[in-house]
Design a protein around this ligand. Structure first.
Ligand SMILES: Nc1ncnc2c1ncn2[C@@H]1O[C@H](COP(=O)(O)OP(=O)(O)OP(=O)(O)O)[C@@H](O)[C@H]1O
Ligand SMILES: [Mg+2]
Length: 359
C-alpha cells in the first residue's frame, strides 16, 4: 500500500522550525508534496535565502517522512518564501534593503579577471580602514570562490532570526559570505534568474547595523554575477583591481565599460603585484611588466589609487587568516595609502553633493 499526501502532511506536523519552534506545516513552509509510488518529494520554503538552519530542516523532514510505512525514498527541495509570505509570517516584511540602512559607504572591489588579488585587496582595505577607527564590514559576494572567511580566519557559520542574517565578526570587522547560500556539500550552481533572486534576497537581509564602510568582494569577470550584485546594492564606488600584464589590462577595459554603462561610479584602479622589492636593497623588480595600471588609468581618466608590491607577507596573511594590514607597517603601507585615497575621494564626492544641495 502506498503512502498518501495526508499522511505525509500529518508526519510533517511533527517537524518544527528550530528557530520559530512551530511546525513547518503551521508556518506555511511546506509548499508541495509529490508522491510517486514509494518516492516522496517535499518542497520546503525557507524563511530566508541562505538560512543557517537549512541543513537541519532538510534532515528533519527526511527523517519524519522516511518513518512512514510505504516510503522508500524522500527528497527535499528547498526554496525561499516570497516577500508576501514572509510578511504574513512575521507580521511585517523587512524592507528590501533593510539591512543596509545603517551603512554609509559601500565600496565594491571588482576585477575583469580572477586571481589578480581582489579578495586580498578587499580584506586589507577593510583592515586598514578598521585600524583607522572606522566601523567596517566586508561582504564576500564572490560565490564561485568565497575566500574572505579564510582570509579572516572565520570558521563559524552565521545565525539568523526573523528573516535576518547576522554577520560574523573578527578583528572588529563584520563579515558575511555568500558561501552560506550553498548547502553543505552541495555544489554551487549559479545561473540565470534564480541566482539574481537569491543574491537580491540575501543582500537585503543581512543585519549589518551601523557601518562607515562596507567592502564588497565582487565575483570576477564582466558577466551577470558581478553586475547583479553591483546593481542591487547602493554602491558609492567601485575599485578595479588589476595586475600589470597585458591580458589583465584588456579585461579591466571591459570591466570599466561594464560599470560605466550602468552608471556605477568607479573610484579608480589598483595595480596589484606591481613590483617586487629586492630584499636587502633599494632595488625594485617589475615582474609582470610596468606602467600597465598607469596606462588604463590614463585611458579612462581614472585615478591610479595604489600600486601594491608582491610581498610574501601579504600572501601569508591571507593564508593564515590574519591580514597584513591589521597593523600599519612597511609591509602593509600600500593598503593604508589606498585607504587614504579612498577616504579623500569619498570626502570630495560628498562635498560636491553638499554643494549641489545647498548651492
Ligand atoms: N600583493 C601580493 N603579494 C603577494 N601575494 C599576493 C598579493 N596579492 C595577492 N596575492 C596572493 O595571490 C593569490 C590570489 O589572490 P586573491 O585570492 O586575493 O585573488 P582574487 O582576485 O580574489 O582571486 P579569485 O578570482 O580566485 O577570487 C592569493 O594566494 C594571494 O595571497
Ligand atoms: Mg577572490
Amino acid at each position: 500500500m502506498s503512502v498518501n499526501k495526508d499522511q505525509v502532511i500529518e508526519a510533517l506536523k511533527q517537524v518544527k522550525d528550530p528557530e520559530l519552534n512551530k511546525s513547518l506545516v503551521e508556518l506555511g513552509m511546506i509548499k508541495d508534496v509529490e508522491i510517486a509510488g514509494s518516492n516522496v518529494r517535499v518542497t520546503v520554503a525557507l524563511t530566508m535565502a541562505g538560512c543557517p538552519l537549512k541543513d537541519k530542516i532538510k534532515s528533519d523532514v527526511k527523517a519524519a517522512v522516511s518513518k512512514l510505512p510505504g516510503v522508500d525514498q524522500v527528497s527535499v527541495v528547498l526554496t525561499t518564501m516570497t516577500s508576501a509570505e514572509r510578511a504574513k509570517l512575521f507580521g511585517q516584511e523587512p524592507s528590501e534593503m533593510e539591512g543596509m540602512k545603517g551603512v554609509k559607504n559601500v565600496i565594491a572591489i571588482a576585477s575583469g579577471k580572477g586571481g589578480v588579488g581582489k579578495s586580498t585587496v578587499s580584506v586589507n582595505l577593510a583592515a586598514a580602514l578598521s585600524h583607522k577607527g572606522f566601523k567596517v564590514g566586508i561582504l564576500d559576494a564572490d560565490m564561485h570562490g568565497p575566500d574572505i572567511p579564510i582570509m579572516l580566519g572565520i570558521k563559524e557559520r552565521p545565525v539568523g532570526s526573523k528573516g535576518m542574517l547576522f554577520p560574523l565578526e573578527k578583528y572588529g570587522i563584520k563579515m558575511m559570505s555568500t558561501g552560506v547560500l550553498a548547502g553543505e556539500g552541495t555544489p554551487i550552481v549559479w545561473r540565470g534568474p534564480l541566482v539574481n533572486k537569491a543574491i537580491k534576497e540575501f543582500l537585503g537581509h543581512v543585519a549589518w547595523g551601523d557601518l562607515d564602510f562596507l567592502i564588497v568582494d565582487l565575483p570576477p569577470g564582466t558577466g551577470d554575477a558581478p553586475l547583479t550584485v553591483a546593481t542591487t546594492i547602493p554602491i558609492k564606488g567601485v575599485i578595479i583591481v588589476t595586475t600589470p600584464q597585458k591580458v589583465a589590462l584588456s579585461d579591466v577595459r571591459r570591466s570599466v565599460g561594464l560599470f560605466l554603462k550602468h552608471d556605477i561610479p568607479i573610484l579608480g584602479i589598483v595595480e596589484n603585484m606591481s613590483y617586487l622589492k629586492v630584499p636587502g636593497s633599494e632595488e625594485v623588480m617589475d615582474i609582470f611588466g610596468s606602467g600597465g595600471g598607469e596606462k588604463v588609468a590614463k585611458a579612462f581618466k581614472l585615478p591610479l589609487l595604489a600600486k601594491i608590491p608582491i610581498e610574501p607577507e601579504i600572501r601569508k596573511g591571507g593564508d593564515e587568516g590574519k591580514p597584513v594590514a591589521l597593523e600599519e607597517n612597511e609591509k602593509s603601507s600600500a593598503f593604508y595609502e589606498l585607504a587614504e585615497k579612498v577616504m579623500d575621494i569619498l570626502e570630495k564626492k560628498s562635498q560636491v553633493q553638499k554643494d549641489k544641495t545647498t548651492g
